[in-house]
Design a protein around this ligand. Structure first.
Ligand code: HEM
Length: 473
């Protein structure tokens, strides 16, 4: 149990501070596995840039293997030709800025969330839940062309997936103890995958029943993937699970299910937790909230909604986004694995070492950031001279909320756009107060640990309409 507590982003940061002399490489032999945690910008650059190819595999924990249909997905596949094919498909069909359907979904979903909130003006609103629902709708319509399949259940399942992906499983390190299932994870894994299967099957069935022509502009990534399978003519539900290699792409039906799972999981909780943390930080720092709201009012004016073309002019909002992702990177520990033996900072690291890039620790590194635990968006403007030029596109290793190198996040542009537009609209359309006279210093900033780190307690606040124009969609 003690070990499990130490294997979180905070626990590993504490161990690295204590035992690595500031060098940021913490090696632990746990049972039959070698693990390495990287906690400094310098070492992250070594692993994710200089030796990127060696560090581009993913570890196969029991949870990862089971939840990803035996690693048939992209996010947890080893680096190689199959990963490259799946990556290309996702980039062209979902993430590319040119794929305007994804971008349109963000605008439409943000807009309808604002309308829902406006109906609750003057009353406490669970912002956390609304944002989660917003992120879910964005990803569903951008990636799967549909809207909702039983919202509440899905959110719970995704949260459970995150916990299971990040959970410390004693069976990973001591395989001979696996059958005992000391942490009771096996049962939870089975239940979670079965429950998510229901949603994924539904998405696939809907696409099969409504096939779209090759030149249909509304084709999404599921249509595209199903086309790869057409040759086999055996897409019936009962056949899912068989690993039929397709000649042209090597995609199997398990790949399709697993990629859908990646997108659901990778896209929903990351975006939702980033927006919720930004709102929480702004609720606990009223001055900062006021600064962003003033900027948006000046650029946009209170007589209209925020548009995509305004975002580039909202500089302070952009600093708020950066500062939130620095303090609360949605994926605090990026899981990697070495493909070969390598010497890192004079230290031998064997092939198949499980590597965790501690993105959370790097963003709070005392040597890289002044006052690292403070929420101070202005640091990206004039604060520290060095910080002003740091961005998250993978070239500033002090700041890597989306990772860096080959395995960096392919959803970055979509995630950032969703985050910026949602925040801009929430702050522009409404004034916000904490409920029941709660003061900003009383707001809890506790996080909960999984593969992602959402807030431990959902954010609740009271909106009051601020705009002078109607809010129609
Ligand atoms: C604020 C939003 C987001 C953040 C901060 C974020 C962060 C990350 C991080 C840290 C990684 C791992 C990088 C590494 O291992 O070095 C990652 C990978 C990934 N993300 Fe995101 N992400 C976000 C949004 C999204 C969205 C919207 C999607 C999909 C719709 C997505 C899909 C993925 C996928 C599929 C991977 C695995 C890539 C691979 O292994 O090749 N992410 N993300």
């Amino acid at each position: 149990m003690l070990l499990a507590n130490k294997m979180t982003h905070r626990g590993l940061t504490y161990l690295a501070d204590r035992f690595t002399d500031g060098r940021g490489l913490l090696g632990l032999r746990l049972g039959h596995l070698n693990t390495l945690t990287i906690s400094t910008p310098l070492m992250a650059k070594q692993a994710l840039k200089i030796h990127d190819v060696v560090f581009s595999n993913r570890p196969a924990s029991i949870a990862i293997t089971y939840l990803t249909y035996n690693r048939a997905d992209m996010a947890f596949a080893h680096y190689g030709p199959t990963w490259r094919h799946m990556h290309k498909l996702c980039v062209t069909k979902l993430f590319s800025h040119r794929h305007k359907n994804s971008w349109f979904s963000v605008r439409r979903e943000v807009s309808s969330t604002v309308v829902v909130i406006s109906n609750c003006s003057g009353r406490p609103v669970c912002i956390g839940e609304m944002i989660f629902s917003l992120a879910k709708n964005i990803i569903f319509s951008a990636a799967f062309g549909s809207h909702s399949h039983g919202n509440e259940d899905l959110i719970g399942i995704i949260q459970e997936f995150s916990k299971l992906f990040g959970a410390f499983n004693i069976g990973d390190f001591f395989p001979w103890l696996r059958w005992l299932d000391l942490n009771g994870l096996n049962k939870r894994l089975k239940k979670a995958r079965l429950e998510l299967d229901y949603f994924i099957d539904k998405i696939i069935e809907e696409h099969r029943e409504n096939p779209k022509a090759k030149d249909d502009v509304n084709r999404d990534m599921v249509d595209e993937m199903l086309d790869f399978l057409k040759d086999t003519e055996v897409i019936g539900k009962s056949n899912f699970g068989q690993a039929e290699e397709l000649k042209n792409l090597g995609l199997t039906r398990d790949n399709i299910k697993a990629i859908i799972m990646d997108i659901m999981f990778g896209g929903i909780e990351t975006v939702a937790s980033a927006i919720e943390w930004a709102m929480a930080e702004l609720m606990s720092c009223p001055n900062e909230r006021h600064k962003v709201q003033t900027e948006i009012a000046e650029v946009v004016g209170l007589n209209r909604r925020v548009e995509e073309s305004d975002l580039d002019k909202l500089t302070y909002l952009n600093y708020v986004v950066k500062e939130t992702l620095r303090l609360h990177p949605p994926i605090p520990l990026a899981p990697h694995e070495t493909a070969d033996d390598i010497i890192l900072d004079g230290r031998f690291v064997s092939a198949r070492t499980r590597v965790m890039i501690n993105i959370w620790a790097i963003g709070r590194s005392k040597s890289a950031w002044k006052d690292p635990d403070a929420f101070r968006p202005s640091r990206f403007a004039i604060g520290e001279r060095k910080a002003a030029h740091r961005d998250f596109r993978g070239s500033s290793f002090e700041f890597i909320p989306f990772g860096a190198g080959r395995r960096s996040c392919p959803g970055m542009q979509l995630g950032l756009y969703a985050m910026e537009l949602a925040l801009a609209e929430l702050l522009h359309c409404f004034d916000w107060e904490l409920p029941d006279g709660m003061s900003s210093s009383e707001l809890s900033m506790e996080d909960s640990f999984g593969l992602t780190v959402p807030r431990a307690f959902r954010l609740v606040a009271v909106p009051t309409l601020r705009l002078t124009c109607p809010l129609e969609i």
